[in-house]
Structure formats: structure tokens, C-alpha cells
Design a protein around this ligand. Structure first.
Ligand code: TTP
Length: 393
């Protein structure tokens, strides 16, 4: 079966992390988000991957090339981002038979995608405590009868998890009008398919839509938790590596350091001497975590340096960032309330009691900078020595 992977979104809610890298290419546990999606599709038996690309497409093309895990990969460009149905329509000429559609910024449990492919035509669903925030599936006689977007009084807790297998006939149902919010929605295509076919709901154990910076932490927590211990890098006899930690070949953990799993130390990264890397941390390629630095439950994307005497907790740090000595991130409010972050001009609760900072690519902090909980530093931002940063810049 062909799997169409949607990876042409701009990822505006993920800024500044998506300024240079398209959101589906942001790393979660050592692999781009869309790499997890592609792997799930291939494991489920996809025999061709069609990537719909647009914004930042070079990075997607470079990463996947013309074949991925033995499966051919082709690319389709979506010129203008008019919505998810428009993205699938861009791939219309490639469609030949029943086809799956997965989102390049969603994480799925791979066994669930396997079951989805087996049950075609099918829709992935998941049970949630707050169905009113999603598209709720109403099911009758084992088939999806309708999808109700964000209902005030949901009939059940089963919601659309953004993965589908369409019958071949859906190829001719992709032309849908613009919705109220001005997009061509895949759910409108689904409505047409549901009218004519028995579409099975397949319940995934877990699913995540990764849209905002703090969701990268949750994504990382999930996927790191699925890895077994693998130490291929160079770990000093005087360092302690506890639990399910991946130390890639070419990574170095120096004297006196402690790494607690689950954690991932990528090729080219150095940790220590005397560093403390705590659980659910991803240390990206060529990142430097130096002397007396503590990193907890954080993502350090690539080529970033936290040289010495700093604390980074529950934070997402971009590429080529330099955190000056003594940079400290606050990750807990005095009142214990959930930390909020500004997304597209609006304050949004992360729902996390502990959340630190979001630091854009190429930012540099002066020594002894304090970053308050929920603060975002934009790409290339600078702070002066001793500064306390409480609002985004
Ligand atoms: P969204 O998360 O709705 O959009 P986005 O990725 O542009 O993010 P933001 O809202 O923060 O700007 O997109 C869901 C998926 O569909 C994602 O994998 C990108 C993909 N997509 C396309 O490929 N083309 C499109 O026109 C749109 C709107 C989304």
C-alpha cells in the first residue's frame, strides 16, 4: 500500500524552532518526527512513501533520499498550503489503489498503524479525557457514521487521530471546497468516504500531535521510553550511565559525569567532565554539555554548547545555541500553577507544572543569565551578563 506523508506545513506554532527546519524534521529521540511516522508506515507494510513537501522541503528530501528502509520514496510539492485535503490532492497523480495518509508531525504507536492498514478502509482513533477539543467519531455497527468537530456534548471519548487508509475511489473525492477557516480539510474528504464505504475505527494505544514547543518534550519522553540501553560511544570508567541510555558511536561521556535514563547522547556530543544528565533528555549531534552542568528532561537539538556551571530543565534548546556560564533556567512557578507560553501572540497554558525555556537557533546568553519559566528566546537572540529574562525576546 502507498503511504502519503504530509510534511508541507509551516509549523507556525512551533516558532522559533521551525524557522529554519520544518516542524516534521525537528528531532524527537534521535530521529525527525516524520522519521517516526515513516518508520511506522514501513513497519505496517507500506511499499511506497509519498512525501508531500513545501516549506523547508530540502531538509526532508536530503534526509530520506529516494528510498527509506528499502521502500521507494517520492516527493510531491504543495505550492500553496491550502489545507490537508489540498496536500493529498497534490499527490493525486501518484495514487494507484488504496492509500494511507499519515501526518508528518504526528506520532503514532506503530502497532496501531499496523492494525489500521489491516482494517482498510479505516480511521485511527484514540480515547481522550477531553473529546470536545477534537473531531469525535460516532460509530454505528462497527463503522464510523460521522465525525463531529469539537462538539459541545460529545457522544463518546473516541477521537480522530489523524491517520487513515482510504479506498482507491477516494482519489476522485479530493476536491473539496474551502472550509470556514479557509482551508481544504481532509475531514471533508472523509465525510464523503464515510457516506459510501464502511470505514473501521482502529483505536491506537497512543497518539500525539506535535504542534507546540513543549509538545516536543512529551514526544521525546514517549519515544525515549521505547529504547533499550545501547552504549556504543566512549564512556569514561569514572562516569556512571544508569538505565536505558543510548550513547551513539562517536559520543563521549567524560569523567565524573552521571547520565540517568531514559536519555540519548548523539554522535559527536560530549558530556562532562562532571556533568549531570537526568532522565528524558535528548542531547543532539555535536552538542557540548560541559563541566558542572545539569540538564533535566530537555531537548538540546544540535551543535549547541552548555559549556559550564549551568542548569537547563524542562526546556527545548535549538541549534548552535551558546548558553554562557551560569545560565539558569527556572522551570517551576512559585504558585505551582502550569507554566504558560506565548504562541502566535496568545498566552497558552502548557498544562505542565514544570516547563522551562524555548531557545531559538543561534541564540547566545551572557554569563549568569536567568531565564524565567515559559520564556522564549527568538532565533539569534542575545542576553547580557547577569540578565534576568522574564518576557520573550
Ligand atoms: P497543521 O499542524 O495543522 O499545520 P502546520 O504544520 O502548518 O502548523 P501550524 O498550525 O503551527 O502553522 O498541519 C497538520 C499536518 O498537515 C502537518 O503534518 C503539516 C501538514 N499540512 C500540509 O502538508 N499542507 C497543508 O496545507 C497543511 C495546512 C498542513
Amino acid at each position: 500500500m502507498q503511504a502519503i506523508l504530509l510534511a508541507a506545513g509551516r509549523g507556525t506554532r512551533m516558532r522559533p524552532l521551525s524557522n529554519e527546519v520544518p516542524k516534521p524534521m525537528l528531532t524527537v529521540a534521535g530521529r525527525p518526527i516524520v522519521g517516526h511516522t515513516a518508520a511506522a508506515a514501513v513497519e505496517a507494510g507500506a511499499d511506497e512513501l509519498v512525501m508531500v513537501v513545501g516549506y523547508g522541503q530540502e531538509t526532508v528530501r536530503e534526509h530520506f533520499g529516494s528510498s527509506y528502509r528499502g521502500v521507494p520514496v517520492s516527493y510531491v510539492e504543495q505550492d500553496e498550503q491550502q489545507g490537508t485535503a489540498d496536500a493529498v490532492r497534490a499527490a493525486k497523480e501518484h495514487i494507484d489503489g488504496a492509500f494511507a495518509v499519515l501526518y508528518g508531525d504526528n506520532l503514532y504507536d506503530p502497532a496501531g498503524i499496523d492494525a489500521l492498514f489491516d482494517a482498510a478502509p479505516s480511521i485511527a482513533s484514540v480515547r481522550v479525557p477531553n473529546p470536545s477539543n477534537y473531531g469525535v467519531l460516532n460509530v454505528s455497527d462497527g463503522a464510523v457514521a460521522e465525525i463531529v468537530e469539537k462538539p459541545d456534548a460529545p457522544q463518546n471519548d473516541l477521537v480522530n487521530a489523524g491517520a487513515y487508509v482510504f479506498p482507491a475511489e477516494a482519489r476522485d473525492m479530493l476536491d473539496v471546497p474551502l472550509s470556514e477557516r479557509g482551508e481544504r480539510e481532509l475531514t471533508d474528504v472523509l465525510d464523503r468516504v464515510i457516506d459510501r464505504f464502511n470505514v473501521s475505527p482502529v483505536t491506537l494505544d497512543r497518539w500525539m500531535d506535535v504542534g507546540r514547543p513543549w509538545e516536543l518534550l512529551e514526544a521525546n519522553e514517549w519515544k525515549l521510553g521505547t529504547f533499550d540501553r545501547r552504549v556504543d560511544g566512549d564512556v569514561s570508567d569514572d562516569a556512571t550511565v544508569q538505565g536505558d541510555v543510548v550513547v551513539e558511536e562517536g559520543a563521549t561521556v567524560r569523567d565524573g559525569s552521571v547520565v540517568e535514563g531514559p536519555a540519548y547522547i548523539s554522535a559527536g556530543a560530549t558530556v562532562g567532565p562532571n556533568a549531570y544528565v537526568r532522565g528524558c533528555t535528548f542531547v543532539g549531534p555535536d552538542v557540548h554539555v560541559g563541566h558542572a552542568v545539569e540538564i533535566k528532561n530537555s531537548v538540546l537539538l544540535a551543535e549547541t554548547s552548555v559549556g559550564h556551571l549551568s542548569y537547563v530543565g524542562d526546556s527545548v534548546v535549538g541549534r548552535r545555541v551558546n548558553l554562557g556560564a551560569g545560565t539558569n533556567v527556572a522551570n517551576l512557578r512559585h504558585d505551582g500553577e502550569a507554566v504558560s507560553v506565548t504562541v502566535k501572540g496568545e498566552r497558552v497554558s502548557t498544562g505542565r507544572r514544570k516547563f522551562g525555556a524555548v531557545v531559538g537557533d543561534d541564540a547566545k546568553t551572557g554569563i549568569n543569565t536567568a531565564l524565567n519559566a515559559g520564556v522564549k528566546l527568538s532565533e539569534g537572540a542575545r542576553t547580557m551578563p547577569g540578565e534576568t529574562v522574564s518576557t520573550d525576546r
